[in-house]
Design a binder for this molecule. Structure first.
Ligand SMILES: NC(=O)C1=CN([C@@H]2O[C@H](COP(=O)(O)OP(=O)(O)OC[C@H]3O[C@@H](n4cnc5c(N)ncnc54)[C@H](OP(=O)(O)O)[C@@H]3O)[C@@H](O)[C@H]2O)C=CC1
Ligand SMILES: Cc1cn([C@H]2C[C@H](O)[C@@H](COP(=O)(O)OP(=O)(O)O[C@H]3O[C@@H](C)C(=O)[C@@H](O)[C@H]3O)O2)c(=O)[nH]c1=O
Ligand SMILES: [Mg+2]
Length: 300
């Protein structure tokens, strides 16, 4: 089974490349700019066809949430039009697509965890562009899994875990919002789940649709930060005190949902896969980041 993933250096793409190396009977190929540029739809069909996928994993995206408020056209070009083109490319080759989406499609006003049938109402340009991408993917390719994940971190790329470790290296205290709740999710776990679902999709056994796929257990950003840094301290890495603040004390361009917790029960029911507790997965990533080679990337 040959998986072609978009977004070569992204967190999910890099994690999938690594997982593919360890899995028997699976080959993962990553494609990115300049061969595949989602902002240039004319590049997409050819780049994907040339990679000869059995399944396309659509993980490339415009993910700079605040910057998207200033660049809505680019965010929509990449996350909506570009994603639709990727799905069309897969459809033309007669293969299914696994497309990544986000918890930020929700407004965060629900009292509990969101399920797949809950109404969407994005508060940010990024969230709106990703919602438009879901719709473009679903209409371009009937064989699709749209996986909404959240708060992604990994040993690769840019993410909150790396940011906290970097800040802790030269500060005594970090102020972090405590009134936004969600599910921290390791891209290493997402890659494992994708390989699991892809095998069923390849056999034609999986049902198309939207699935929530996030780490088990909930957190707010300050609790997440505290667990990252407490883990780091035990391992001899940087530590700082984490001070709880409110969203209004940390002004940002984009509005973020106060509660974007996702129920991943549907994914578990259908695919028989469940993410580890977010604390355990966080510890695994902090461990890797403080270990040898990637430590340099962190401090660079
Ligand atoms: N990060 C998160 O917290 C969350 C992410 N998601 C979704 O999961 C998916 C994977 O996210 P993640 O791995 O963290 O993303 P990253 O931001 O780590 O990686 C995104 C990748 O997309 C590439 N990319 C951006 N613009 C283009 C373009 N025009 N053409 C081709 N490639 C492009 C980037 O390339 P380059 O490196 O060159 O910039 C990068 O490799 C995305 O769809 C995202 O929306 C969902 C929920 C949470
Ligand atoms: C760095 C920092 C952030 N924060 C806050 C800002 C924000 O509310 C929260 C997280 O910051 P980030 O910049 O990582 O957040 P953000 O970029 O919004 O993360 C989102 O990315 C996109 C791609 C998604 O799809 C979402 O699921 C989510 O992971 O923490 C602090 O309070 N203090 C700090 O020192
Ligand atoms: Mg960010």
């Amino acid at each position: 089974m040959r998986l072609v993933v978009t977004g070569r250096d992204g967190q999910v793409a890099a994690s999938l490349l690594e997982a593919g190396q360890a899995a028997a009977g699976v080959e993962v190929i990553a494609i990115g700019r300049p061969q595949l540029d989602l902002a240039r739809p004319d590049t997409v069909i050819e780049a994907i066809a040339a990679a000869k996928p059995d399944i396309v994993v659509s993980a490339a995206a415009y993910t700079a949430v605040d910057q998207a408020e200033d660049e809505p056209d680019l965010a929509f070009a990449v996350n909506a039009v570009g994603a639709g083109k990727v799905a069309q490319a897969a459809a033309e080759l007669g293969v299914p697509i696994i497309h990544l989406s986000t918890d930020y499609v929700f407004d965060g006003t629900a009292p509990g965890a969101y399920v797949e049938t809950d109404a969407t109402a994005p508060r940010s340009v990024y969230g709106a562009s990703k919602l438009a991408g879901e719709q473009a993917v679903a209409s371009a390719n009937p064989r699709h899994l749209i996986l909404r994940t959240a708060w992604v971190y990994s040993p690769f790329g840019k993410n909150f875990v790396k940011t906290m470790l970097r800040l802790a290296a030269d500060r005594d205290e970090i102020a972090v919002v405590a009134d936004q709740w969600g599910n921290p999710t390791s891209a290493l776990d997402i890659a494992d789940a994708i390989l699991h679902a892809a095998a069923q999709l390849h056999e034609g056994a999986a049902t198309s649709g939207i699935y929530h796929l996030a780490g088990t257990g909930e957190a707010n950003w300050s609790g997440f930060a505290r667990h990252i840094l407490d883990t780091s301290r035990v391992l001899g890495g940087p530590w700082a005190r984490v001070r709880d603040i409110a969203t209004m004390d940390y002004p940002t361009k984009a509005r973020r949902p106060a509660n974007s917790r996702l129920s991943s029960a549907k994914f578990t029911d259908v695919f028989g896969w469940r993410a580890p507790d977010w604390r355990q997965s966080t510890e695994a990533v902090v461990h890797r980041l403080l270990d040898g080679e990637t430590k340099q990337a962190l401090t660079a």
